[in-house]
Design a protein around this ligand. Structure first.
Ligand code: NAP
Length: 310
């Protein structure tokens, strides 16, 4: 049996507990050795309040998975890469594009793996949708609706309302990660409207229009003021039928008929891919979803909307 890669997690919060810890323990390629988090630990494992202390105490740890908010990710990623460790980044991979470029260059220099993950790309039906679109269909219109109740999905999370936290683009970037995975050509942002609550630094809603060089109408509506059930769907109208990728990429319907559906295996797939990258000391960083978000902040018209309180 091949030896497991010894891994540490940084930032023991919601996504670490919901997804990373179960995926690592269910998988067969990593052994979780320790965690670094200022206020939390994982039962039975050594816990440190800083990554520096963890790396010093555990030279056997070869891999570090960063589950902290994006604003604080760069310093720890750089620290881990400088120490010759392979690094996996939660989405979005950083607070700015240039800091991720820097991490890419550093990983290449150190000869270690760097994986900027996009968990929604691992949705059960994403590859089926990509394959359907790749069969020479002419795309006429794309409509993305990504709407959820921020109070339900991000209760009390202050960092998402701070600069670098992305606001509604925190979920919206998941839609963009799927779009950039399945769409047969490059798109670029044409216009955007971002709605900022009067008392917050990041938007609660965003409407985007993209330019498709072949003329399809492509738009996205992200909204955190959704009441009731969330909507995470991408509708693609073509000359040969309607493709609906629903439930965040789990379900594919063609002309209303369910073609594919699956359970959530996103994080086990991410850890398998990270293990492959570690074994090849390879880099997988695709910044296209984050580039669209960055463009929206550059190009978007800003509207002020009512104050938001949890
Ligand atoms: P979270 O629970 O609010 O934060 C994760 C942990 O990071 C915190 O518990 C905290 O642990 C640590 N941390 C370090 N510096 C921090 C700071 N300045 N502010 C707040 N926390 C800090 O967030 P999360 O929901 O797990 O999200 C983390 C990342 O995963 C984000 O990039 C998010 O987009 C991504 N993600 C989240 C979800 C989800 O469903 N929540 C899904 C997919 C991806 P200590 O206080 O112990 O240091």
């Amino acid at each position: 049996m091949t030896e497991l890669h010894k891994i540490a997690i940084v930032g023991v919060g919601k996504i670490a507990r919901d997804q990373h810890l179960p995926a690592i323990s269910a998988g067969k390629r990593f052994d979780l050795v320790a965690t670094a988090s200022r206020n939390a630990q994982v039962g039975g494992l050594p816990g440190y309040t800083s990554l520096d202390a963890l790396l010093e105490a555990h030279p056997e740890v070869t891999c570090v998975s960063l589950c902290t908010p994006p604003q604080v990710r760069y310093d720890d990623a750089r620290r881990a890469l400088m120490a010759g460790r392979h690094v996996m980044l939660e989405k979005p991979p950083g607070a700015t594009l240039s800091e991720v470029h820097d991490l890419q260059a550093l990983a290449a220099e150190k000869g270690v793996a760097l994986y900027a993950t996009w968990h929604s790309r691992q949705g059960a039906s994403v590859q089926a949708a990509k394959a359907w679109l790749a069969q020479g269909r002419s795309i006429r219109r794309v409509t993305i609706n990504w709407k959820e109740d921020v109070r339900k999905w991000h209760p009390g999370q202050d960092w998402i309302w701070e600069p670098g936290g992305l606001g509604v683009f925190d979920p919206g970037i998941n839609a963009l990660s799927v779009l950039t995975e399945i769409y047969p050509r490059r798109l670029h942002l044409a216009s955007a409207e971002l709605s900022f609550p009067e008392n917050r630094a990041t938007p609660i809603a965003a409407d985007l229009v993209f330019n498709d060089p072949e003329g399809a109408e492509v738009s996205a509506a992200f909204d955190w003021r959704q009441q009731g059930n969330e909507i995470w769907e991408i509708r693609i109208e073509t000359d040969q039928g309607l493709c609906l990728l629903a439930n965040g990429g789990a379900t594919l319907l063609i002309d209303g008929e369910q073609i594919a559906n699956g359970t959530d295996e996103e994080y086990p797939a991410l850890y398998d891919q990270f293990a492959d990258l570690v074994e090849a000391s390879a880099i997988n960083v695709d910044l296209s979803p984050m580039t669209h978000v960055s463009d929206a902040f550059t190009l978007g018209r800003r509207l002020q909307v009512e104050q938001f309180y949890f």
